[in-house]
Design a protein around this ligand. Structure first.
Ligand SMILES: Nc1ncnc2c1ncn2[C@@H]1O[C@H](COP(=O)(O)OP(=O)(O)OP(=O)(O)O)[C@@H](O)[C@H]1O
Length: 284
């Protein structure tokens, strides 16, 4: 599949300290790509370079065929969306008025219909007359996502879109992102949240000390780091770790024949376990 982003041996130094140190990865057109790393790993710095807010120190960067110096050109920005913490919403204006301003800026055709459509994607249709100053954090994040959806960007960047949000807002944001992705938008998101990465992302990159340490589909990563066993639990609470495949089949069959099995569960590691395995650090 075609790469929409490719990054090779990227470095970024601030005052002589390397925040990114030989970072390489690519994002395929049409995928939801998760960029996972603990605080300080370099996620925001990478997004800033990919969205033309800062320039790299060295290395190659291509976003939709454009190099680092072209990424802040208006003609390019029309094709991308960026959702970060700094909202840029007008507090005294209503949700609807904020989105209306944005549709004018981006020449969105049929603005009224489009605003209603994006607000229903994030379940805010009932609130459209509310001023932004009266919204909860979760609602504000949903408005920011709705705004990013208005011009249906080809590529959307999100920096921790659901950090410290309530579960309902998280769900609406995930749903909005899935729908947008189904319509063809490639999504690049950073997160600390392994569950979010697992449910939402086609591929994830694990980031540590300014470089990518692993890049795979979540399912392939779990298989790769699996010890290829599963566990059988009996009614007295005793557990038996069984090898997958032929070598464990006889043992599993004899346990099942006892009629005392209460649970069978997988021992595949979670993405969080794998991250600790690779980096020796928790992803928090
Ligand atoms: N403008 C700057 N000046 C100096 N150092 C910076 C600057 N921006 C980032 N850094 C440093 O670069 C490193 C990576 O920061 P970055 O914000 O990219 O991490 P992050 O993975 O996004 O972290 P978080 O999850 O906490 O947002 C950190 O050590 C940070 O202090």
């Amino acid at each position: 599949m075609e790469n929409i982003i490719s990054v090779h041996e990227l470095t970024k130094s601030f005052d002589g300290n390397k925040s990114l140190d030989g970072m390489s990865f690519d994002v395929k057109k049409g995928e939801i790509f998760g960029f996972l790393g603990p605080s300080g790993a370099g996620k925001t710095t990478t997004i800033k370079i990919l969205t033309g807010q800062i320039l790299p120190t060295s290395g190659e960067v291509s976003v939709m065929g454009k190099g680092p110096k072209q990424l802040n050109h208006t003609s390019h920005l029309k094709h991308i969306g960026v959702m970060t913490d700094s909202s840029g919403l007008y507090d005294r204006l209503s949700i609807y008025e904020n989105l209306k301003l944005y549709t004018s800026l981006y020449d969105v055709p049929q603005p009224k219909e489009k605003i209603e459509e994006v607000l229903s994607l994030v379940d805010l249709n009932e609130e459209l007359r509310k001023p932004v100053s009266k919204l909860s954090k979760g609602m504000t994040q949903r408005v920011i996502l709705a705004r990013a959806l208005l011009h249906e960007p080809e590529l959307l960047f999100l920096d921790e879109p659901t950090a410290s949000l309530d579960p309902a807002s998280q769900r609406w944001i995930h749903e909005g992102l899935r729908q947008l992705n189904q319509r063809g938008t490639t999504i690049f998101l950073t997160t600390h949240d392994m569950e979010e990465a697992e449910t939402l992302c086609n591929r994830v990159a694990f980031l540590h000390d300014g470089a990518v340490k692993e890049m795979e589909q979540p399912r392939s990563l779990r298989r790769k780091y699996s010890d290829n066993t599963f566990t059988i639990q009996l009614d007295d609470g005793k557990t038996y770790v069984i090898n997958q495949g032929k070598s464990g089949a006889g043992r599993a069959a004899s346990l099942l024949e006892t009629d005392r099995v209460t649970a069978v569960y997988s021992n595949e590691p979670t993405l969080g376990d794998i991250f600790v395995d690779i980096t020796g650090r928790e992803l928090i």
